[in-house]
Design a protein around this ligand. Structure first.
Ligand code: LLP
Length: 424
């Protein structure tokens, strides 16, 4: 977060709260979230895209408080399950400002969305059109998700814009044409927009410009073939953030210019009225607002090999290293580090050799059990991807703001874990 710093006693503070106080009060590992940072990111998007609808992608991190913050800052919310929908509704988010996503949505999920009165449902397959139709007793605005075939060169696990993947229907395919036909012939479905999501950690804003060109051309075809005017264009999320100092990130102001130019040019070319632009940033809103705190449990120098710093968390709270080969930094948080450093691997506590948090990073030679480590940029896809492997409960989410810390999500206890195991 922008206001992370060492205080006069050498401890890192976040939101003007010393991380040592958070660790003492709530234990470790703990996810710490800087409320001011989340809100500032929301405002930056509103400022960069004053005419667009910004849906915060809840899959990055959704708690009731986060849903409240982002909607208070004027963002709408993208949910992709009945569970996420329930969190947003419980937080008091206006259903009209919710978009329901998901590949393989169940009847129950579609029913829950329709019953809640969500503003938009994104159609991901032909079979979903029929299933959704059975749930309707009043008009429902939908977007059709298309894959524009743009390869943004991400990690294979998160490449969604290319043709050979499970989401949406390929742009220009017979299935996509059939989906348009079926939606238009169902009187209670209103085809409000087209949608695409190009992938994750996209640095180059030109990919979004290309998506706009391809989707506006498609909208022009739909108008020509069916006489139906589509008025919204949702270009999904995927805006890259810097996980470590020096990493690249997507420049939001530059993205705004490119989207604006692409929309103007494509709409002029096809003599098409400018649709309302929508987007779904998740990571870019919350990633940098989060820091995970760990306690060092042991420092082990393996002869002729690496030095392992083992902490009290790991792959359960940060799956991204094992899943995507993601890179993080870790810093000493309870005292200002000084003296010589050495290259170490920060390892987790779970029973897997692949449970590593950071490989070959520099930490002080005098690091010892009891020290606190802080891993920055852990606000997105950490809590939301967390697990309870080895029967270890998930960490709490602690919000900091103006010198105060408060618990948003409490630590998962052994009692919580046992409560689900009903014997038999
Ligand atoms: N919209 C749709 C339809 C999506 O599928 C996603 C992410 C987003 C928006 C938000 O993308 P963002 O702006 O947060 O990149 N667990 C992976 C990321 C998976 C993203 C899945 N979909 C990771 O930790 O990198």
């Amino acid at each position: 977060p922008r206001d992370a710093r060492y205080d006069s006693e050498g401890r890192i503070t976040l939101g003007r709260v010393a991380v040592t106080d958070i660790a003492d009060r709530y234990g470790t590992p703990a996810y710490v979230l800087d409320e001011a940072e989340v809100r500032a990111r929301c405002r930056a998007y509103r400022k960069a895209f004053p005419r667009a609808r910004i849906y915060y992608a809840g899959k990055a991190l959704l708690t009731k408080a986060v849903a409240e913050w982002v909607s208070a800052e004027g963002l709408s919310i993208d949910v992709c399950s009945t569970g996420e929908l329930a969190v947003a509704l419980t937080a008091g988010v206006d259903p009209q400002r919710i978009i329901l996503h998901g590949t393989g949505k169940s009847r129950d999920e579609l029913e829950a969305g329709v019953r809640a009165g969500v503003g938009r449902i994104v159609i991901d397959s032909l079979s979903e059109i029929a299933l959704l139709s059975t749930q309707l007793n009043r008009p429902q605005a939908v977007l059709l998700r298309l894959t524009p075939g743009i390869d943004v060169h991400g990690h294979p696990a998160v490449r969604t814009g290319v043709l050979d993947q499970k989401f949406g229907l390929p742009l220009g395919s017979a299935d996509a044409a059939e989906a348009v036909r079926r939606i238009l012939e169902q009187p209670l479905l209103q085809l409000a927009g087209l949608h695409c999501h190009l992938g994750s950690q996209i640095y180059d804003p030109d990919h979004y410009g290309e998506a706009v060109r391809r989707l506006i051309a498609e909208m022009a075809w739909i108008r020509r073939d069916h006489g139906h005017l589509i008025t919204e264009l949702d270009v999904g999320g995927g805006h890259a953030v810097a996980y470590r100092p020096g990493d690249a990130e997507l420049n939001v102001a530059e993205l705004a210019d490119i989207l604006d130019d692409a929309l103007d040019a494509a709409c002029a070319r096809h003599r098409f009225p400018r649709p309302v632009l929508a987007m779904e940033p998740g990571r870019a809103i919350v990633a940098r607002a989060g820091v995970t705190l760990y306690r060092v449990m042991s420092v082990k120098q393996v002869e002729g090999a690496s030095t392992f710093v083992t902490v009290d968390g790991g792959m359960n709270d940060n799956l991204r290293v094992a899943l995507y080969g993601a890179h993080y930094e870790a810093v000493v948080a309870n005292r200002r580090p000084h003296g010589p450093q050495r290259t170490v691997t920060v390892a987790g506590r779970y029973c897997e050799a692949g449970d590593i948090l950071a490989r070959d990073i520099r930490l002080p030679v005098d690091l010892h059990p009891g020290d606190l480590l802080a891993v920055p940029c852990t606000g997105a896809y950490h809590h939301s991807l967390s697990a309870s492997y080895n029967c270890v409960g998930r960490p709490p989410v602690i919000a900091v703001r103006d010198g105060y810390a408060r618990e948003l999500v409490r630590r998962e206890t052994i009692a919580d874990l046992l409560a689900r195991d009903i014997g038999g």
